[in-house]
Design a protein around this ligand. Structure first.
Ligand code: DGL
Length: 273
């Protein structure tokens, strides 16, 4: 199959969180066109079963293929943990998730070989970070902690709120006691809480943002496949955003965190796919 280098990259998430990944792609690969899908009707994914997340992911991938994307980024940690392996072999275009890029950098950065992972109940429960990290270095100890309240706090806009700090102290206290030196922000929303997490964990702990690492990995994959756009000309293709519900709310949130104006957000019926 001949893949069109000028085609957009498809990026999907359970809702708004994956915009942290889209944002890093926009910053680091500015010539790339993006079609984003946020599954705002069925969010959250973090407390759903593996079977359900695979089914949702397949539907979204069918939609993105219809948009003729050249590659797909699963910009959701939970969907990456549960669905990437299942869908990878069904596709002829490159697909990547956000778990492996973050795990790779954490394995490289840790000095005391004690790595913390925070994420949804699904992601932490899947043990996928531990599996990757220990494959990279069997001496690494991984300490996981699900932080489910972080997602609604971010969506409420309480990024620098005393309540968020209190919640962070309760969740992260355990990780501090275990003396990790590296912490993977294993959920799309958590990079938006970076300063609060930094305050609680202290300067000595390296925070790994998988959104950033995934954008760099995408660039390397596109380059390797001869699919990287480097010559600008993206302007004729405004970033496209699709959602399964609440298009206006999505647009408001997107405009609060993206460096570009979100001009078009369209609701589609994802159950059709
Ligand atoms: N996007 C999800 C993740 O990164 C968090 C929100 C949800 O639970 O759907 O795991």
């Amino acid at each position: 199959m001949k893949i069109d280098k000028d085609a957009p990259v498809g990026v999907f998430d359970s809702g708004v969180g994956g915009l942290t990944v889209a944002r890093e792609i926009m910053r680091n690969l500015p010539s790339e066109k993006i079609v984003y899908f946020g599954d705002t009707a069925r969010v959250p994914y973090g407390n759903k079963s593996k079977e359900t997340i695979i089914r949702y992911s397949r539907q979204i991938i069918r939609f993105l293929l219809e948009q003729q994307v050249k590659a797909i980024v699963i910009a959701c940690n939970t969907a990456s943990a549960f669905a990437l392996d299942a869908v990878r072999e069904e596709l002829e275009i490159p697909i990547l998730g956000v778990i492996e890029p973050g795990a790779y950098v954490a394995a490289k950065e840790t000095k005391n070989k004690r790595v913390g992972v925070i994420g949804t109940i699904g992601t932490v429960g899947s043990g996928i970070h531990e599996a990757f990290l220990r494959k990279l270095d069997p001496d690494i100890t991984v300490i996981g902690k699900a932080c489910p309240l972080f997602v609604p706090l971010v969506e409420e806009g309480w990024l620098h709120d005393p309540v968020t700090k209190e919640v962070a102290q309760r969740y992260l206290g355990e990780l501090k006691e275990k003396e990790i030196d590296t912490l993977i922000l294993g959920c799309t929303h958590y990079p938006l809480l970076r300063s609060t997490i930094r305050e609680v964990m202290g300067e000595g702990v390296r925070l790994v943002n998988p959104a950033y690492e995934s954008a760099l990995t995408l660039g390397r994959i596109l380059e390797r496949e001869g699919l990287l756009r480097t010559d600008g000309g993206r302007e004729e293709f405004p970033y496209r955003f699709y959602v399964s519900d609440l298009a206006d709310e999505f647009k408001t949130f997107a405009n609060s965190i993206l460096p570009y104006d979100v001009e078009m957000t369209q609701k589609i019926d994802i159950e059709k796919y």
